[in-house]
Design a protein around this ligand. Structure first.
Ligand SMILES: [Zn+2]
Ligand SMILES: [Zn+2]
Ligand SMILES: [Zn+2]
Length: 475
């Protein structure tokens, strides 16, 4: 690539006539593009198709704070400076009605490759100039503001049953627990004396923040249509201006869409707009070694002579007509195969792809006042006593248990200060009451306890006295 800087100012000295002639000549050669921006119009660039490395050259610098009023200047054509008298150039973007492809006689484009490559490969989309080829970096979302405190909805907690169960129900739960463990003996469960049952209620607080991360990348596909949605159709919306609805709230998933008005047509960079690439099987020679003769054109055959002895002799290879080579079946002898990138179309439609990644962040706190491990509470059923789903929730502040209020605020602050590179779409907080019954019992000389918890009446009994009925060791 060559860049001529300062030519504009130099030519200005020579008057408008020289200036116009100079640009006209360069434009005819299909080599240049002149930026419309008056600040940069002195830059004349070689617009030969850039190598792929150029497409992946920089990191993404788009931010959500960019002004949504950015404007596409609508003049992507070569030599678009309105003040210049220059020959009109074929635009790289094929808008509706462009009959460029209509001349296609045999499914392949007939234009000279030079004209295809002249400019189209370097057309940039305003606001997306530095988008990299594949994986894009996350784009900072617009700043979000929490709603004012006065909009806080009323906090009411549902009355819930305490979940107290009888001695029979406790024993029944224990017998079910023993039955589920094939090595456990059932005698202690049947014979134990349940002395006391302590009924408590565990509280399980959860806060979910549903977030969205957006990134943009370039993508391409073979050009099969005769019109594309290019920048002349309108200003390409910035990444955070585009509506992308999640399929389901509070569920991790990814959606990908094409950004409107970002399509451009470029010559295929893999096959250099020829529609075919070298056959890798024959290295482009169109021929492969004959397997039968190993490329020698002859092979050895054995025979029994008239005196009964076994002898060998060389024979011309019939498979390759003694040439040692055969036509490559992969390419049919041409040495070339259809380009897989453009599927032989010679041109590609490039566009900006927007990827929205939806992620749900969950934090919780369990308030449980017995020796039952807290994590037991997380996955069992209970009663939802408070639930709130809003773009931004307020932390619980009026619950009778101060620990719930304190930890709701702690988790809320953590979510508020985290994931600054994502947009927070929705929050959901929930408080569940989970029944817990602590049963103290004696059996023979053992005096211990177990817990029946959750709507499912699960049992936690780490020191059940008869964990192995057949003498084996329970690990
Ligand atoms: Zn052969
Ligand atoms: Zn081949
Ligand atoms: Zn190609």
């Amino acid at each position: 690539m060559f860049v001529i800087c300062g030519c504009y100012s130099a030519l200005e000295q020579g008057g408008e006539h020289n200036y116009t002639r100079f640009f006209s000549a360069l434009c005819k050669l299909n080599y240049i593009k002149v930026a419309k921006n008056t600040e940069t119009r002195s830059h004349i660039e070689d617009m030969s198709y850039p190598p792929p490395s150029r497409l992946a050259r920089t990191s993404n610098t788009i931010t959500g704070d960019e002004s949504p009023s950015m404007e596409w200047d609508g003049t992507s054509d070569t030599c678009c400076n309105d003040n210049l008298e220059v020959p009109s150039q074929k635009a790289p973007t094929l808008e509706s009605g462009d009959s460029d492809l209509d001349n296609d006689q045999d499914g392949m484009f007939q234009e000279d490759a030079e004209s295809i490559l002249s400019e189209s490969g370097t057309e940039t989309i305003k606001g997306y100039e530095n988008v990299i080829l594949r994986e894009g970096e996350a784009i900072t979302p617009p700043r979000q503001q929490s709603p004012p405190e006065e909009r806080k909805p009323e906090e009411t907690f549902r009355i819930h049953p305490d979940g107290k169960i009888s001695e029979e129900e406790v024993r029944e739960a224990m017998l079910e627990f023993v039955k589920a463990h094939c090595c456990y003996g059932s005698r202690p469960a049947k014979q134990m004396t349940i002395t006391t049952i302590l009924n408590v209620c565990a509280l399980h607080y959860q806060l979910e923040t549903f977030t969205e991360t957006r990134s943009v990348s370039q993508d391409h596909e073979p050009l099969y249509t005769n019109s594309v949605d290019g920048p002349r159709n309108g200003v390409a919306p910035s990444p955070w201006q585009i509506d992308v609805e999640p399929d389901e709230l509070f569920s991790n998933h990814t959606k990908s869409i094409e950004v409107p008005h970002t399509s451009t047509v470029r010559g295929c960079h893999i096959c250099q707009s020829t529609g075919s690439v070298m056959c890798a099987y024959c290295n482009g020679t169109g021929q492969v070694l004959c397997i039968l003769c190993g490329g020698t054109g002859m092979y050895t055959v054995g025979y029994t002579d008239t005196d009964g002895s076994y002898k060998t002799r060389l024979q011309m290879c019939y498979s390759c007509a003694a040439s040692g080579r055969k036509i490559c079946l992969s390419c049919g002898g041409s040495g070339k195969i259809t380009c897989g990138t453009c599927e032989g179309r010679r041109r590609l439609r490039w566009y900006i792809r927007l990827t929205a990644q939806f992620e749900n962040e969950l934090s919780d706190y369990i308030l449980q006042k017995t020796d039952l491990p807290d994590e037991c509470i997380r996955d069992v059923g209970g009663v939802t006593v408070f639930e709130q789903t809003l773009p931004f929730v307020w932390p619980i502040s009026c619950h009778p248990e101060t620990e719930i209020n304190e930890n709701s605020l702690r988790i809320f602050n953590h979510h508020q200060n985290s994931w600054q590179d994502r947009r927070k779409l929705q929050q959901r907080q929930r408080l569940r009451a989970v029944p817990v019954n602590e049963a103290n019992y004696t059996w023979k000389d053992v005096s211990t306890k177990f817990w029946v918890y959750g709507n499912e009446r699960k049992v936690y009994s780490p020191d059940y006295p008869h964990q192995c009925c057949c003498g084996c060791t329970v690990l």
